[in-house]
Design a protein. Structure first.
Length: 380
């Protein structure tokens, strides 16, 4: 872990350097700076993993320097160090990884270092997965990605071959009986008339995987070809990786919010959402509500921190992803009302009525309609 320290007080620099070198293994303090201009040049030169940055400095304060660092090298983590706690929210807005109060305690410093190590480990893991492991993307539509290559949208010979692959992928590592596949793909025909069509569709699936270089994915036949089992063979699934990652998060605070946001942004759409496969709906719903639960946790955090703009941006994302979620419209209506943004309130209520009454043919919830009527009366 390469580190740069920036503080206009020499004694503070020496103290932090000694503390880090004593308490943290596998750390390399590549440079220390007392002048913000010199620090920016050194950060560009050394490209450290982490910068410990004092807030109060002459000429250019730490917050301004932090913005410059993020603009120039957004992948560098920033830890603010200061004697004043009123800057905590500003540090969060700059997406600093942590905020440490002077005098720095050993216990608090160790907590910060653990956060840094976890963040760097997550970055390394993500980089490794993106470059060394074949990926299958299932959010929205099926796509393939080989190491060091661009993502490719899978194109199938027939819609039956596409659904056959999707179903076997959904039930990966399980033997799926042939009769189940025949009933799903050709429900209107008798089994003896569809066996050949299944063989043909299976042939097209294997050929498609081969053409995209995804032949590490294997489909094994059961005894007398009574069933089929798909195995990933080292490839990874975006939905599976995302669910595993999101379930490790138990809460959000100033030190973890940046990583928490990034994991939630990995959810780029509903599971197999571009296909009308009814059998995928339980998994689709499960992942959707897992995402929504954590998005609401993050919304609560923004609200507690008084970060209205972040809360609005976050709620708009929920609305784009889940347009049937009434609460997102109501939340935005109340936020815009607090900001005296009458047009914003009117627009959200209009969008909600259109979605509910015209698209879904159900009324807007009574409590939302009453709130809007009361708000409208207050304007007259």
């Amino acid at each position: 872990m390469k580190v740069i320290l920036v503080d206009d007080e020499q004694l503070a620099l020496i103290g932090l350097k000694k503390l880090l070198e004593k308490e943290v293994s596998d750390i390399e303090i590549v440079a220390t700076y007392m002048n913000p201009t010199d620090a920016m040049a050194g950060i560009t030169l050394h490209h450290p993993d982490v910068v410990f940055l004092d807030v109060h400095m002459p000429e250019l304060d730490g917050m301004a320097l932090g913005r410059q660092i993020q603009e120039a090298t957004p992948d560098i983590e920033i830890i603010f160090v200061t004697s004043h706690d009123q800057y905590a929210v500003h540090a969060f807005e700059l997406q600093a990884l942590d905020y440490v109060m002077k005098p720095i305690s050993i216990k608090r410093l160790k907590q910060t270092v653990i956060r840094v190590q976890d963040k760097l480990s997550m970055k390394q893991k993500g980089s490794s997965e993106n470059t060394k492991v074949p990926f299958i993307y299932c959010f929205n539509q099926i796509r393939f990605k080989l190491p060091n290559q661009e993502i490719q949208i899978a194109k199938w010979r027939t819609s039956k071959a596409q659904e056959l692959f999707a179903y076997l992928l959904h039930h990966r590592n399980q033997m799926v009986h042939r009769s189940v596949l025949l009933e799903m793909l050709w429900p209107e025909l008798e089994e003896d008339k569809t066996v050949h069509q299944l063989y043909t569709a299976m042939y097209h699936v294997r050929q498609t995987l081969k053409s995209y270089g995804m032949d590490m994915i294997t489909i094994q036949s059961g005894s007398l070809e009574a069933g089929y089992k798909l195995e990933l063979g080292g490839a990874q699934l975006d939905s599976e990786q995302w669910e595993r990652e999101i379930r490790t998060w138990k809460g959000v605070d100033l030190g973890t919010v940046d990583a928490y946001e990034k994991v939630l942004h990995m959810y780029t759409g509903t599971y197999l959402g571009n296909y009308e496969y009814m059998w995928a709906e339980p998994e689709r719903e499960s992942l959707r509500y897992l995402w929504l639960y954590h998005m609401k946790q993050l919304s609560l955090f923004y609200q507690q921190q008084g970060l209205v703009e972040k809360l609005i941006e976050h709620t708009q994302r929920i609305q784009r992803m889940l347009p049937d979620e009434e609460e997102s419209y109501f939340t935005l209506m109340k936020l815009y009302a607090e900001m005296d943004n009458e047009l914003g309130v009117e627009e959200q209520y209009r969008l909600l009525k259109t979605r509910m009454e015209q698209d879904l043919e159900i009324p807007v919830r009574e409590n939302i309609s009453k709130w809007y009527q009361d708000w409208s009366m207050g304007l007259k």
